[in-house]
Write a protein that binds this ligand. Structure first.
Ligand code: AHG
Ligand code: MN
Ligand code: MN
Length: 336
């Protein structure tokens, strides 16, 4: 019936046969992720009123100062997802090592990798932040979980998605059968289908990159960015610049309106020559979504989803978004 809205569970049931990954156990996993996101969203929405801003005083495995909301989101997800009964282990951007589900808890064969709060530098200034998640199935037939179960190609993901905490809280995810968006209706506490079968425009209107790093880029990267800055078509310039320092928010805008997001390799931090974004918990899940929406994602040389992770917190350069824009950027990066 029009206007009553379709919940995530109803949508999964309707499309169960088309998405083999969307089993009852997957529904349980997604339901727990949704519950965790509702808890996080509540804290995000009142940040500034309670003592949840600022720093914990710790430094995480990324070498970054941990913000209280990062830590809160991380603890909520670890606590709740351990109790789903369908996971055997998880990994988070905030923790150095994998986290196995304790032996005394019911376990399954799903593996969850997540960035609990992406865009955390924006927490204190009330700009959109988000949670990114990636779901794999354990491959090794050993009874215990090993790092090898996590060092996978993005093409092996069972599902991937993100929650975006902003003027409304949105869930976007794929199980390999297209991309759908749901918006949280706070009056009933349910995510309702709001963006069915999202497809990213083949060519974009927006380029997103932190141009303050121009001095740290190689010549090809500068050529890519200049291409989008200086393109002109009859009637004016086709691109505009948008960059808010929250990958989830920048990606979501370009997914809906078309465009390219870039976080190229740069020389600003010798410890991070391949750029800042993490393959397993940020880049691979978004690349899965981008491709499922008809877009593309490369590291300037190869398809992101073909890259086999060699370390849990491996970073990769990223060009992601509208297919034609990513192809153009990749061509230039390859010197064509
Ligand atoms: P996180 O908050 O999880 O560390 O991620 C922040 C990332 C990403 O969200 C954003 O696109 C990027 O950092 C911004 O980095 P710069 O400030 O270097 O542009
Ligand atoms: Mn992040
Ligand atoms: Mn983060």
């Amino acid at each position: 019936m029009k206007g009553l809205g379709i919940t995530v569970n109803e949508h999964l049931l309707i499309h169960q046969k088309e998405s083999p990954a969307a089993t009852g156990r997957f529904t349980k996993l997604l339901s727990e992720l949704i519950f965790s996101a509702k808890i996080i969203s509540k804290e995000v929405n009142k940040a500034g009123l309670v003592d949840i801003l600022g720093f914990t005083g710790e430094i995480n495995v990324q070498g970054e100062q941990v913000r209280k909301l990062d830590d809160f989101a991380n603890r909520v997800l670890i606590y709740r997802m351990q109790r789903t009964g369908v996971l055997c282990a998880m990994a988070t951007e905030e923790n150095a090592d994998i986290i196995e589900v304790p032996e005394d808890m019911p376990r399954g064969d799903y593996i969850l990798i997540f960035d609990p709060l992406d865009g955390s530098s924006n927490i204190d200034v009330n700009i959109n932040i988000g949670t990114i998640f990636s779901i794999h199935r354990k491959i090794s037939d050993r009874p215990y979980v090993s790092l090898e179960d996590f060092l996978r190609r993005g093409s092996e993901q069972i599902a991937a998605g993100y929650f975006l905490y902003g003027p409304s809280t949105v869930l976007v995810y794929t199980t390999g059968n297209g991309v759908n968006g749901f918006t949280l209706d706070p009056s009933v506490g349910e995510f309702l289908l709001s963006h069915q079968n999202i497809t990213i425009p083949e060519a974009g209107k927006i380029y997103s990159v932190n141009e303050a790093y121009t001095c740290y880029w190689d010549e090809r990267t500068k050529k890519v960015v200049n291409y989008f800055k200086n393109s002109v078509i009859e009637g004016g310039r086709p691109y505009t610049a948008r960059y808010i320092g929250s990958f989830v928010a920048d990606f979501h805008r370009n997914l809906l309106h078309g465009g390219i997001f870039m976080y190229p390799a740069d020389s600003k931090d010798p410890a991070k020559p391949r750029g800042k974004l993490r393959l397993l918990c940020e880049v691979a899940p978004m690349a899965f979504i981008a491709e499922q929406a008809g877009g593309a994602a490369t590291d300037g040389e190869q398809r992101i989803l073909d890259i086999k992770a060699s370390a849990l917190h491996e970073r990769v350069p990223l060009f992601i978004g509208s297919k034609m824009d990513v192809e153009k950027a990749t061509e230039i990066m390859q010197g064509k």
